[in-house]
Design a protein around this ligand. Structure first.
Ligand SMILES: Cc1ncc(COP(=O)(O)O)c(C=O)c1O
Length: 382
């Protein structure tokens, strides 16, 4: 089907919730994507921090194919090995408590919010301005952005937002009636803003003082994106609960809420559930991604390539920020630049706002591909 026909069909059939670029992708391999006209693109977005080990990695394809041919779904009334092994592996690689597997980031957040309310019934939540945690009603209530929230009011009550750079405001907002502080160690959707150590430490101290849960949303910044397996490892502040999604599945829909041992049994039988969550195909695939990413050599390479990209952007005279392969740079009219990079240079990036372009390549990107992307960006901004 030609792109124009596909666009016409979409406008008749699909809710208009997405502003799509005029490109249809039909194939991917590593850091490369191909459109329906056969044009090749360099992917520096990875489906928004999802395609962690590159498109169609053979080990991921093999695990998924094999599991799909054996058993696709049995449901959570029974045991299936891939989900239980994935949960065990994820716990061991993070907080050491227990895991609830979900289907997406927003669902991982819903689990964390419910867990916090179980911990402190009737308790409120403190979140940071600029944070993004998802689109379901609970996660949306934790996402203090007027444009996203206002049309859907009234939201879930009990959420208080404080500025992202103010440790005192954060500490003051937390009290004995706060169930949890929820934050992204590096805010992603609002344009790649690493939180200061002062804010993260203030959050930990306030939570310790009041018996409040500290929840880190690692959905975008986790799974090796920063060169550490988890972004919080960079600050040394350990959360009580962590949410993971996006890169965990490497392209498959999965999310997870993970606890420390202290909160491992906060949710009881019947408290939460989901029909598809922990399905054997997705869990088999996520296991492959986690095994590949949770490797010191792999993570070290992410740091090296990230630094090359960051320094390359700065050498182009751009104001760049971020950690590892989670980077952004400032530019006038970012949406126009992102569109030009896509349509003229065939480099996939994303504008998170009027002046910010975000770069989130697969973690398997090569140094040569980093240089190619810098060449395109240099040509487009020059
Ligand atoms: C930090 C963060 N939390 C939560 C979400 C929601 O994840 P999902 O789109 O899988 O529901 C996102 C998605 O962009 C995110 O970046």
């Amino acid at each position: 089907m030609a792109l124009a026909e596909l666009q016409a069909l979409e406008s008749r059939s699909t809710m208009g919730t997405y502003a799509r670029n005029p490109v249809e992708f039909v194939r991917g391999e590593g850091t490369r994507l191909w459109d329906s006209d056969g044009n090749e693109y360099l992917d520096f977005l990875a489906g928004i921090s999802v395609v962690q080990i590159g498109h169609c990695h053979p080990a991921l394809v093999a695990a998924v194919t094999e599991q799909a041919a054996r058993l696709m779904h049995a449901g959570n009334l029974f045991y299936t090995e891939p989900a239980i092994k994935l949960a065990a592996r994820l716990s061991e690689a993070s907080l050491g408590g227990k895991v609830f597997l979900a289907n997406s980031g927003t669902e991982a957040i819903e689990c964390a919010l419910k867990l916090a309310r179980r911990h402190r019934p009737q308790g409120g939540f403190v979140v940071l301005e600029g944070g993004f945690h998802g689109r379901t009603m609970g996660a949306l209530s934790a996402t203090p952005q007027e444009a996203k929230q206002a049309p859907f009011a009234p939201l879930v009550p009990g959420f208080v937002a404080v500025p992202r750079d103010d440790p005192h405001a954060l500490a003051d907002a937390v009290g004995a009636d706060t169930a949890a502080v929820l934050l992204e160690p590096i805010q992603g959707e609002s344009g790649i803003h690493p939180l200061s150590d002062a804010v993260v430490h203030a959050a930990r101290e306030a939570c310790d003082r009041h018996g409040t849960l500290l929840i880190f949303d690692e959905i975008q910044c986790g799974m090796g994106r920063t060169g550490n397996l988890w972004a919080w490892q960079g600050s040394g502040v350990r959360p009580d609960v962590m949410t993971v999604a996006k890169g965990l599945g490497g392209g498959l829909p999965v999310g997870a809420c993970v606890t420390t041992p202290a909160y491992a049994d906060t949710l009881a039988p019947g408290d939460h559930g989901s029909t598809f969550a922990g399905g054997p195909v997705i869990a088999a695939g996520a296991g492959v991604v986690l095994d590949m990413v949770d490797d010191p050599e792999f993570l070290n390479a992410v740091g090296v390539k990230g630094l090359r990209l960051l320094e390359g952007l700065r050498d182009l005279g751009l104001e760049a920020r971020g950690r590892g392969l989670m980077l952004a740079f400032r530019t006038d009219d970012a949406p126009a630049l992102a569109r030009r990079l896509l349509l003229e240079h065939r480099l996939v990036v994303h504008a998170t706002g009027p002046d910010t372009v975000r770069l989130l390549p697969p973690l398997t990107v090569s140094e040569d591909e980093v240089d190619q992307a810098l060449g395109h960006i240099g040509a487009a901004v020059g």
